[in-house]
Design a protein around this ligand. Structure first.
Ligand code: ZN
Length: 146
């Protein structure tokens, strides 16, 4: 396997998810729908979650904005779909810590998500990359209350 730099991986993964977003669209019926935005950049995300017991059975998003916000949301839905809701929340916290430079992140666990670290070099973009993850955390909290 060819070792690619974080920069290359970042560009490749972000472009792929931006061009071909996963889980784009509403989930109906859903348990939680939550709309959030990043006014600094004009990014918008509406996230839909459907729970089955403690699992995220269905997840989808609508949105518009820069490639990083939309690609990161797409990557988030791909990873979180079918996950235990508590594990999904832990993952979102890990991603937030990674973007804050507090942890390197485990490549075996995070897989393609480590490429988001490529954004850390561009501080104004971190809010773009975290929009989907922050929305997920809020939606999971809301889901746990219902
Ligand atoms: Zn943005």
């Amino acid at each position: 396997m060819v070792r690619v730099s974080l920069e290359e991986l970042y560009k490749e993964v972000i472009l792929d998810h931006y061009r071909t977003p996963r889980n784009k669209g509403r989930v109906d019926p859903h348990d939680v729908a939550l709309e959030r935005n990043n006014p600094l950049c004009g990014d918008e995300i509406e996230l839909f979650l459907k729970f089955d017991g403690g699992n995220v059975e269905g997840i989808g998003f609508e949105g518009k904005g820069c490639s990083i916000s939309q690609a990161s949301a797409s990557m988030m839905t791909e990873k979180v779909k079918g996950m235990d809701a508590k594990e999904a929340a832990t993952l979102a916290e890990t991603i937030k810590a990674m973007m804050a430079g507090e942890t390197e992140g485990d490549p075996d666990e995070l897989e393609d998500l480590v490429s988001l670290k490529g954004v850390v070099k561009y501080p104004v973009r971190i809010k773009c990359a975290l929009l989907g993850w922050n929305t997920l955390l809020e939606a999971l909290e809301e889901g746990a209350r219902t």
